[in-house]
Design a protein around this ligand. Structure first.
Ligand SMILES: *[C@@H]1O[C@H](CO)[C@@H](O)[C@H](O)[C@H]1NC(C)=O
Ligand SMILES: *[C@@H]1O[C@H](CO)[C@@H](O)[C@H](O)[C@H]1NC(C)=O
Ligand SMILES: *[C@@H]1O[C@H](CO)[C@@H](O)[C@H](O)[C@H]1NC(C)=O
Ligand SMILES: *[C@@H]1O[C@H](CO)[C@@H](O)[C@H](O)[C@H]1NC(C)=O
Ligand SMILES: *[C@@H]1O[C@H](CO)[C@@H](O)[C@H](O)[C@H]1NC(C)=O
Ligand SMILES: *[C@@H]1O[C@H](CO)[C@@H](O)[C@H](O)[C@H]1NC(C)=O
Length: 360
């Protein structure tokens, strides 16, 4: 109970912490309608994209998507770009703004806000304060990804808070499986994509046999019965967070990894295995950048990120129609590049690309 109470408290502190910066943040909920086909078998790693009709089923539902919207106190007139921030597996929108005093300067929402850029950081369906479907097999790449693009559509067509008109451009910024969801939308929507640019952090094309085995995850109900005892076993979490950080433990605060364990959330088996679907080609026509940490223990093993030219050549294959495509390797950062001592490096890189992609 104590853990749960503190967790709720962290969620409330979120808004307090961020609003102390020169920005105005508010939490809100956007209802989205999702009508998609998902594989009947949630362990289908291609998320139904390679399936025939008889192995698919329809999910037609409405979900509440929770998010934190931050905007600079003074938005320059004529600038109408918003960043849609999508967290990774077992994280929440708090990844973009760790809600404790000590880690206030690790908030990308605050960092970008101070540089004139509004953002909306969402919780996936099934996660954090968004709707959690009773049946974990409803939380698959197609449902979670469409919920994200529906939020983007909302940002472009409606006023998100009173006094803020609909945005003209939405730049999607993902982390890890959150980048995977944006990538999945780019595969499904191609040139019709709602996104004006994609910044995919902590995400590379999975090489066969290099995805971490499902055994690194635990059913959430076994991991933390007090919080998740009622969830079906398809809801999973990662008990040990050390892979998300550099192997060199002096590169991050020991209290950050403690905080991480304390505020972790759930994902599903489907989302875990369906990352493989992002090996398919995206006919997306906007600009794309992939940003990884050189010390990423999940993605950059076997010196994969040492030769950036070679890495760019191999990653570009999946994006033949992109207006531009780049790979940036941030030196010294781990998989959770936002949570290392060196987070300022990636933060500056993200802001640079948002400005470039939106023509600011
Ligand atoms: C559809 O796909 C399933 C699973 O791959 C397969 O068993 C089945 O034979 C396929 N059905 C048709 C009509 O192709
Ligand atoms: C899908 O959901 C919408 C909204 O809830 C509903 O109006 C519609 O009838 C549903 N479609 C089908 C085929 O069930
Ligand atoms: C979840 O939904 C799937 C597909 O409708 C169904 O096969 C499965 O039995 C459901 N699981 C539970 C625990 O209700
Ligand atoms: C997590 O895993 C790492 C590396 O495998 C190990 O060194 C560490 O002791 C583990 N931490 C916990 C709390 O089990
Ligand atoms: C990096 O890879 C490219 C091939 O993509 C190769 O031509 C180049 O020599 C490599 N650079 C180094 C320093 O190994
Ligand atoms: C936050 O501040 C600490 C302590 O001054 C520093 O070590 C760390 O690099 C900073 N992190 C970011 C993201 O600015």
């Amino acid at each position: 109970m104590l853990l749960y109470t503190l967790w709720v408290l962290f969620h409330l502190l979120d808004f307090y912490t961020v609003s102390a910066a020169s920005c105005d943040c508010s939490s809100l909920v956007i209802p989205v309608h999702v009508d998609v086909l998902v594989p009947k078998d949630p362990t289908d790693e291609f998320a139904g994209l390679k399936s025939n009709a008889s192995s698919l089923r329809r999910v037609n539902d409405t979900y509440d998507i929770f998010g934190v919207f931050c905007r600079p106190d003074a938005v320059a007139p004529g600038e109408s770009v918003v960043q849609l921030l999508v967290h990774g597996f077992t994280y929440t929108s708090q990844y973009w703004s760790p809600p404790v005093e000590e880690f206030r300067n690790y908030s990308y929402a605050a960092f970008s806000c101070e540089r004139g850029l509004p953002s909306f950081a969402v919780d996936w369906i099934g996660v954090g304060l968004s709707t959690r479907p009773k049946n974990s097999s409803d939380v698959q790449y197609p449902t979670a990804a469409v919920a994200v693009s529906q939020v983007a559509l909302h940002l472009k067509t409606a006023s998100i808070v009173p006094g803020v008109p609909a945005f003209k451009k939405v730049i999607g910024i993902g982390h890890s499986a959150g980048s995977g969801l944006l990538n999945f939308n780019a595969i499904v929507d191609g040139p019709r994509s709602i996104f004006d640019g994609l910044i995919l952090t902590g995400s590379l094309t999975p090489l066969p046999g290099t995805l971490p085995p499902l055994s690194v995850a635990t059913p959430a109900r076994d991991d933390t019965p007090l919080r998740w005892g009622n969830l079906d076993p398809g809801y999973i979490t990662a008990s040990n967070r050390s892979l998300f950080y550099p192997a060199d433990t002096t590169a991050f605060s020991p209290r950050m990894i403690e905080f991480d364990g304390f505020t972790k959330d759930v994902g599903t088996i489907a989302i875990f295995v369906q990352t493989a679907s992002t090996t398919l080609t995206a006919q997306y026509t906007g600009p794309v950048v992939k940003i990884v940490g050189s010390e990423d223990q999940v993605l950059c093993a076997a010196d994969r990120c040492v030769n950036v030219t070679a890495l760019t050549t191999s990653e570009r294959v999946g994006w033949p129609a992109a207006q531009s495509f780049e790979v940036v390797v941030e030196q010294g950062n781990g998989h959770d590049m936002n949570l290392d001592f060196a987070a300022q490096g990636p933060f500056n890189t993200f802001v640079g690309f948002v400005n470039q992609f939106s023509g600011l």
